[in-house]
Design a protein around this ligand. Structure first.
Ligand code: PPS
Length: 569
């Protein structure tokens, strides 16, 4: 692919070894210590290996790291604002010394590269946060990684690329820098204006792109990030389907779409500068920087981490050194009267400006309301509706908890029947006894086993919820922590409603439907919930029901009405 002169820089800087070295390296790698890369490290490695992070030749050594923190430059003076580091566990760091080779593998064990260790150091991660992100507030995703997730040792050294990370999606939209440069060359594109995004694209973005291309007589590269972005972002599958619709709005010879497997740090100004360097490496000549580029949202005091145009200002300062033109854009709004988009700062007093924020859009989707036509193209709206069904079309989990014999199964069965009678959703009952028979037959009632049991139930419930079904769970679930963990797992996909069946121990013992209380009193059953094993009463259940009631259908009605009033059915 590297035939033309102007691509030489990239070919030389890409870090893949030639074929004969590759065979040697692979043979020798069997005896090497291995590090399993996390998703962020895989994204970093892919862009190191393909030359998108040029002039980097590997993960930063200590002198480059210090220099990047303090001066936004490598120790040789090249501008580089983001420290690309490899954090590893104490166990791995303690086994390595200078000049050792370390095998870098993906979670399935595929070797991606070798690292020739040059420096091993323990960074001051709080200082790094302050220098790079200008804050130590862990609400900042970049800071959160450093303080709460990063391992405490950094390894610096040269990378020998052996295999590209595996991708199975949108293969025709993935390009290395050399590929894109060759495509631009073949298309005869001299000026290319790139657009970075981690969100779905709407009409305002289309207008920005059209104007940027016209004003600069340039072609368009839509270059969205499909590596790690901010938690809660629209997933990249949905976004890419939206981009595929947007690209159709341009002449086929004037614009193209390519996906960038970058792990964002949400570092505002420094990140914008880094994005510009990366785009330069892909052969881009003009880079659009909008309002709050790579902004991480609000801090713990509800203030913005960075000023809205700080990123534009910083990149502007370094554009000549990088060799890329910046195309700054102010926030675009829709003018109701003239039915056109314009910069917010140009709106006249007699004009009505309209905009929909990301949060407002999520609200519209949740309610199942219509996304206005002025805001997005109907094709994009359809993709978003399909991916984000309104609450009444989403799945959910009703999680009963209470003592043995409290009446969980009776009420759960009643709820299941009512839901099946009155809705068209599929309902699955994960009753305590049934789960113990089918999913957890090897488990006993120790704390460890009970925890595993609830984790399994929560996992199955989360899958049912994800696929728009209703999961009704009815275990004892005596420990608060496990109930919280179950909620967390399910809530990634839909609502979790905790129902506490608050029947007292005395009533349950009195009923003793299965004769278990009597056995436990005689010491024939050890670790019985409520007797010699704790039941941690839910402090704030979503619903409290009375399991000692003579008419369980009243309790079923209470839950059913709760589901109705929360738009779940
Ligand atoms: S847990 O703690 O959530 O894993 O328990 P769970 O799987 O829901 O328990 C299912 C049934 O096991 C019976 N059983 C016991 N319960 C409590 N403590 C001990 N030691 C015990 N041994 C057996 C009990 O009948 C549970 O069913 P329910 O429907 O709650 O009565």
């Amino acid at each position: 692919m590297c035939s033309v002169l102007e691509k030489n820089f990239i070919c030389m800087s890409a870090l893949f070894v030639n074929n004969s070295d590759r065979t040697k390296f692979l043979e020798n790698s069997i005896n090497l210590i291995s590090h399993t890369l996390n998703q962020r490290q895989i994204n970093d490695l892919e862009l190191l290996m393909n030359g998108a992070f040029a002039p980097l030749k590997g993960f930063l050594n200590q002198d480059d790291y210090e220099s990047v923190l303090e001066k936004m430059r490598l120790s040789n003076g090249s501008i580089y604002p983001m420290p690309i580091t490899l954090d590893v566990s104490n166990e791995i760091a303690s086994k390595l010394k200078r000049d050792d080779l370390l095998a870098l593998r993906d979670p399935e064990g595929l070797i991606l590269a070798l690292l020739e260790v040059e420096t091993i150091f323990q960074p001051d991660l709080t200082r790094e946060a302050k220098c790079i992100f200008n804050t130590t507030d862990t609400l900042h995703p970049g800071v959160d990684y450093l303080i709460n997730k990063s391992e405490k040792n950094y390894l610096g050294g040269k990378i020998y690329g052996l295999n590209k990370p595996r991708h199975f999606d949108f293969l025709n939209l993935r390009h290395d820098p050399a590929d894109l440069k060759e495509i631009f060359y073949k298309k005869g594109w001299k000026k290319i204006v790139a657009f970075q995004t981690r969100n779905p694209m709407h009409r305002a973005h289309y207008e920005i792109l059209k104007r940027a291309a016209d004003e600069n007589e340039a072609n368009i590269l839509i270059h969205p990030v499909v590596g790690l972005t901010k938690l809660g972002d629209v997933n990249h599958y949905t976004r890419t389907k939206c981009y595929q619709e947007i690209i159709k709005k341009f002449d086929s010879d004037s614009a193209m779409l390519s996906l960038l497997p970058l792990a964002m740090r949400m570092g505002g100004p420094r990140e914008a500068l880094w994005h510009a360097i990366i785009r330069k490496n892909y052969g881009v000549t003009h880079f659009i920087i909008g309002r709050d580029h790579a902004g991480p949202g609000k801090d713990s005091n509800n203030n913005d981490f960075y000023g809205p145009y700080e990123a534009q200002d910083l990149v502007e300062k370094f554009k000549d050194e990088i060799g890329i033109e910046t195309v700054p854009f102010k926030m675009q709004v829709y003018i109701k009267e003239s039915k056109e988009y314009k910069s917010l700062d140009l709106v006249r007093d007699d004009e009505t400006s309209l905009n929909i924020s990301g949060t407002e859009l999520r609200e519209i989707l949740k309610e199942g309301s219509e996304i206005p036509d002025w805001f997005t193209f109907p094709e994009v709206a359809k993709i978003l509706y399909d991916s984000y069904p309104s609450s009444d079309k989403q799945g959910f989990t009703v999680f009963f908890t209470g003592l043995s014999g409290a009446g969980k199964s009776t009420i759960a069965n009643g709820l299941m029947a009512r839901l099946q009678e009155e809705t068209s959703k599929s309902v699955t009952l994960l009753d305590g006894d049934l789960v113990r028979q089918h999913l957890s037959s090897e488990l006993g009632f120790s704390k460890e086993h009970r925890n595993i049991n609830i984790q399994r139930i929560a996992y199955v419930a989360s899958e049912i919820t994800k696929h728009s079904g209703i999961a009704i769970c009815a275990p004892i679930a005596p420990y608060k922590n496990q109930r919280i963990a179950a909620r967390k797992l399910v809530e990634s996909f839909g609502k979790f409603i905790e129902v506490y069946v608050g029947t007292s121990f005395e009533v349950c013992e009195d009923r003793d439907v299965k004769g278990l209380y009597a056995k436990a009193r005689k010491g024939l059953i050890k670790g019985f919930t409520g007797l010699d094993d704790p039941y941690e009463v839910p402090e704030q259940p979503d619903i409290l029901v009375d399991g000692s009631s003579n008419d369980p259908s009243l309790e079923v009605k209470k839950i059913y009405e709760y589901l109705q009033s929360n738009n779940l059915i």
